[in-house]
Ligand binder design. Structure first.
Ligand SMILES: Cc1cc2nc3c(=O)[nH]c(=O)nc-3n(C[C@H](O)[C@H](O)[C@H](O)COP(=O)(O)OP(=O)(O)OC[C@H]3O[C@@H](n4cnc5c(N)ncnc54)[C@H](O)[C@@H]3O)c2cc1C
Length: 480
């Protein structure tokens, strides 16, 4: 009989980061308690029901099948649960009515497809994607099955400390639209080219640029698999619960127990925070936190959030699974900064085989503060206030107009089922409701890995990379 006491580990936050960390730790033999403040686990991985149709909250598509995602699925025993679904991807520049198809067959094909629209910039386009490939080749952690722990840091390249904007400027592009099209996946990590470190941008973009797909049954596929594995490993799941306070050793900077919001006391060996550091830092003793850490966390800037509209096409109308990056014009920086004068709308259509109809979800970049600025002073809720309802109606009309602009045959045939503003995201992702955590602004380092309280660790899209691939990789790095 094995009498060894299992390590008791708490994971806080049950988005893809916390879920992955929980399963990896459980597989390593830890007794894991997963703490989630909402009534259900899953964070931005969750889907929801409207009139019998399933809609995504956050996660809609991914890269990495046949590569790093498949490696993760194998590691977690999810190969039979999470399967790709084709997704036609295109950029639509509205003020020029220009549509560019992005093939899902690797960077060389992508470069060729874009160059076909901009032949005068063909050499610069090839150079851009060659640099992206070079940066990824110098990132050993992407080959996580084979990388040595000592190699976890990426190798330096000539592109370090260069913003995406600076690199684009160095290409002397003749077509200004390319400054939006080449770094289009900035819309999937949220740091604008003018602020973003070029290598960071390439690491986030590579799998999406190379092979972008949807997932059959979306986030439900992951949730089914996680729940099955958690039952197998006896994971203790506490929903509608938060950590009220932590207890610490008197002799070392070590956390010894957590007091939960229902007043349960749990002794702990390790805690992993898969939530915003601005939410968990107040739980750590002030005397263990160097001023530079507090400054770092204070200075973290949120990424954009989204205003989202979902619904379905009128009976009899069908569209293939499509992702359209609708850009009002080609100034991508303005779409990803607060007080924005510009926006982009991601339009995803999806065939629901069970109901025989096509659903759509369209998400418009928007910061929480800009939403509040349009709706007046905010004192906790204005769900039913006239001004908020009018704001939602105006945004919904504008987004429907974007869809109809990109797909004229759909005008008048879009049945809206719901809408949500950045205030809704704030419930999942407090305190600011950002879609991708904190911006990876050049020169600002985020808080990740081991904290000054040595058995506490930070992970999640605030800490490493956003998106489900980045979050899974971050969880792996934090736990293994
Ligand atoms: C509209 C939208 C579209 C997106 N599209 C895609 C996409 O197509 N592909 C992609 O890869 N990524 C996409 N993303 C980004 C992706 O969803 C996120 O980067 C990722 O899901 C974040 O996972 P996470 O685990 O770090 O955080 P979250 O999913 O935010 O999970 C955090 C969890 O912690 C809980 N929590 C917060 N505070 C506490 C607390 N104090 N105590 C206990 N629990 C707490 C929250 O309730 C939540 O359940 C999208 C995001 C949005 C908003």
């Amino acid at each position: 009989m094995n009498c060894e006491l299992k390590k008791h580990t708490i994971v806080v936050g049950s988005g893809i980061s916390g879920l992955t960390a929980t399963l990896l730790l459980a597989k390593k033999g830890h007794q894991v308690t997963l703490i989630e403040k909402l009534p259900h686990i899953g964070g931005f991985l969750n889907r929801f029901n409207r009139s019998g149709l399933r809609f995504d909250t956050g996660f809609h598509f991914t890269g990495g099948f046949g590569g790093i995602l498949s490696d993760f699925l194998e590691l977690l025993d999810f190969q039979d649960d999470v399967k790709p679904a084709p997704l036609k991807t295109e950029v639509f520049i509205a003020n020029q009515d220009k549509r560019i198809y992005l093939p899902p067959t690797g960077l060389p094909d992508l470069a060729e497809a874009i160059a076909a629209h901009f032949p005068q910039d063909a050499a610069a386009i090839q150079k851009y994607y060659a640099a992206e490939q070079e940066i990824v080749d110098a990132t050993p952690m992407f080959d996580f099955k084979h990388f040595d722990q000592a190699d976890v840091m990426s190798m330096l390249t000539e592109y370090d400390a260069l913003t995406v904007q600076e690199y684009l400027d160095s290409l002397s592009l003749k077509s200004p639209e390319l400054k939006a099209i080449l770094p289009i996946m900035a819309l999937c990590h949220g740091t604008p080219p003018v602020e973003s470190d070029f290598p960071y941008h390439c690491r986030c973009s590579y799998n999406l640029d190379s092979h972008l797909t949807a997932v059959q049954h979306g986030g439900d596929a992951f949730m089914t698999a996680f729940k099955r594995e958690f039952a197998k490993y006896g994971v203790d799941i506490r929903t509608a619960t938060t950590i009220q306070s932590l207890e610490f050793s008197s002799s070392s900077p070590t956390c010894t127990a957590a007091i939960l919001s229902d007043e349960t006391r749990l002794e702990v060996d390790d805690i992993f925070f898969a939530i915003n550091p601005q939410s968990f830092l107040p739980l750590l003793p002030d005397n263990y936190l160097p001023a530079r850490i507090k400054r770092r966390v204070r200075n973290l800037k949120p990424t954009c959030s989204f205003f989202t509209v979902c619904g379905c096409l009128d009976d009899g109308l069908h569209m293939e699974n499509t992702l359209t990056f609708f850009l009002r014009d080609s100034d991508i920086n303005q779409m990803l900064l607060p007080n924005a004068t510009n926006y982009s709308t991601g339009i995803v259509t999806s065939n629901d085989p069970q109901n025989g109809c096509t659903t759509f979800t369209a998400f418009r970049t928007m910061f929480l503060e800009d939403c509040i600025a349009q709706c007046g002073p905010f004192d906790g809720s204005y769900r039913h206030e006239q001004k908020y309802l009018e704001f939602k109606e105006k945004m919904t009309e504008s987004i429907l107009d974007n869809i109809a602009h990109a797909f004229p045959a759909l005008r008048g045939h879009l049945r809206v089922m719901d809408s949500s503003s950045p205030l809704t995201s704030q419930r999942f992702s407090p305190p600011i409701g950002s879609a991708y955590g904190t911006r990876q602004t050049i020169g600002v380092s985020r808080l990740s890995g081991r904290l000054p309280v040595t058995n506490c660790h930070a992970l999640g899209h605030h800490a490493h990379f956003p998106g489900i691939l980045g979050c899974m990789l971050g969880a792996y790095l934090a736990c293994m």
